[in-house]
Design a protein around this ligand. Structure first.
Ligand SMILES: Nc1nc2c(ncn2[C@@H]2O[C@H](COP(=O)(O)OP(=O)(O)OP(=O)(O)O)[C@@H](O)[C@H]2O)c(=O)[nH]1
Ligand SMILES: [Zn+2]
Length: 245
């Protein structure tokens, strides 16, 4: 029997729209499809062996008992359901296809061929080693070739990869490579600065530390002037530690 989540949740909705989605996906270039495979399509993990909502809630009750508390006491009674709902939010990226977010592009740009930079895109991600937040900012830039994408889509692209279990290096590469493969611009630059709560609230306990990662492709990798212009526009690209986390 399907649990409540399977019947009504985004998960079920996602599976039921699979057929409609097949058409636009079929029109993708082979490069885009390859990028999707290498960057981990959300739907590839739509496995039939996903636990039910009830099983996930039971796992939270086990952790509450492990922490030393009583999941049956009044204050904790609804906690497993809340935690599972929170997980749906934290890990929404698994149900998003990053390449699809960039499918709509605009070509009427009057020959605009300068750098496009979206800086300070705040994101919340989750460390795949400790399952605690990674909070930071991403700066995303590209040098267009004939077409541009709606700027909100760059922020959505960051979220599609952030809302998963991550390490920062992987997330940086995934964002840059997807943008490059789908839009095929002259180059892409991604810089991410973030605070890892696994380093602040546990373990080594070092607040105020920022991890900075970058990925430069095409003109940003080959041309020092382009790279310099990018770093000037994003304010040094990571000299400043994030104030949150
Ligand atoms: N390179 C990289 N390391 C990360 C990231 N997030 C967390 N880590 C590190 O992953 C490592 C996991 O190390 P382990 O020794 O297996 O785990 P641990 O015993 O909990 O390590 P400590 O955090 O040092 O207590 C730690 O050094 C974390 O700081 C990330 O995004 N990139
Ligand atoms: Zn961690």
């Amino acid at each position: 029997m399907l649990d409540e989540h399977d019947r009504d949740g985004a998960w079920a909705q996602n599976r039921s729209t699979g057929a409609e989605r097949a058409k636009p996906r079929a029109r993708k270039t082979s490069k885009a499809v390859k990028a999707e495979a290498s960057t981990g399509s959300a739907r590839s993990r739509d496995a039939a062996d996903r636990p039910t909502r009830k099983e996930a809630e039971a796992a939270v009750r086990t952790l509450l008992r492990w922490a030393g508390d009583d999941p049956a006491r009044e204050g904790l009674r609804d906690t497993p359901a809340r935690v599972v709902r929170a997980y749906e939010e934290f890990f929404a990226g698994y149900r998003t296809d990053p390449a699809e977010l960039l499918a709509r592009t605009f070509e009427e740009v009057e020959g605009y061929d300068e750098m496009i930079v979206l800086r300070d895109i705040r994101f919340e991600s989750y460390c795949e080693h400790h399952m605690v937040p990674i909070i930071g900012r991403a700066h995303v830039a590209y040098l267009p070739r004939h077409r541009v994408v709606g700027i909100s889509k760059l922020a959505r692209l960051v979220d599609a990869y952030a809302k998963r279990l991550q390490i920062q290096e992987k997330m940086t590469v995934q964002i840059a490579d997807t943008l490059q493969a789908v839009l095929q611009p002259k180059g892409v630059a991604v810089v991410i600065e973030a605070a890892h709560q696994c380093m602040t609230t546990r373990g080594v306990h070092k607040p105020g530390v920022a991890m900075v990662t970058s990925r430069m492709l095409g003109a940003f990798r080959d041309d020092a002037t382009t790279r310099r212009e990018f770093f000037a526009l994003v304010g040094g690209g990571g000299a400043q530690a994030p104030t949150h986390g």
